[in-house]
Design a protein around this ligand. Structure first.
Ligand code: ADE
Length: 239
């Protein structure tokens, strides 16, 4: 079975969008994964095809209806066992390890929120896991869903071809990427670090590791403190 992303949205025309070009787009065209964007509005039942209503208790904006969204979810995956995600700024932060987990499964069903939110009852009744792509607010979950799907797709077998496998990436080791250089040898008076043109692979690897570590320490002390192998609470038997 190929990895499949099903997206429930009020704006299905936004897909595949950027997922239709470049690495993800080529992989999509060659059948390495599949994408289904479904219109939540197709599950509306009333004459006006309404999908939202005013929030109980008052307040601004509109809330996505539980009955309509539940019907859309049920129509999308008749009993299939796969993750149900809801893109939302209040969700669990999307990390490379969550991406890696989602990439090895059958592929998620992703609900894109809009308006002021989604009726809490459908989140519980359909076991939706809320996922956030960062501490900022987008106008809807579609772009967040695209980010999540793109990050998963590049890890699928056959997608990255000859390039380094996802496991080689510094991010999976909890580090930021080391700096890269290419021709020309000199650019506006700046050269390339000598070691990179030395041909000494061991020295190059050591230099890159040191650069990645230094960058991570300075820019992302949170990642540095939490990198794999670091025990936040040192084991008593460690000596
Ligand atoms: N929808 C709106 N903002 C979002 C965010 N930061 N992450 C995921 N989904 C969102």
């Amino acid at each position: 079975m190929t990895w499949r992303a099903t997206v429930l949205t009020l704006f299905p025309d936004m897909f595949p969008g950027p997922l239709g070009v470049s690495l993800a787009g080529k992989a999509l065209a060659s059948g390495l994964w599949s994408l289904e964007a479904r219109d939540i509005r197709d599950s509306a039942t009333d004459r006006h095809r309404s999908v939202d209503d005013t929030p109980a208790g008052g307040g601004p904006g509109m809330v996505l209806r539980a009955d309509v969204l539940a019907a859309a979810i049920d129509a999308a995956d008749a009993g299939q066992d796969r993750p149900h995600l809801l893109m939302s700024p209040r969700g669990r932060p999307l990390t490379q390890s969550l991406v890696a987990e989602l990439a090895v499964g059958p592929g998620p069903l992703i609900v894109c929120g809009r308006f002021e939110g989604v009726d809490q009852r459908v989140i519980e009744a359909r076991n939706l896991e809320e996922v956030s792509i960062g501490d900022y607010v987008l106008s809807g979950g579609e772009i967040a869903a695209m980010a999540l799907i793109d990050a998963c797709v590049r890890l699928l077998p056959g997608v990255m071809g000859k390039q380094a496998s996802g496991e080689d990436e510094s991010f999976s080791e909890g580090l930021l990427e080391y700096p890269q250089f290419t021709r020309p040898q000199e650019f506006e008076g700046r050269g390339i670090p000598e070691i990179l043109i030395s041909g000494d692979h061991a020295k190059v690897a050591a230099w890159r590791k040191a650069e990645a570590e230094a960058l991570t320490r300075v820019r992302r002390p949170d990642l540095w403190a939490a990198r794999p192998g670091q025990n936040a609470t040192k084991n008593k038997t460690d000596g």
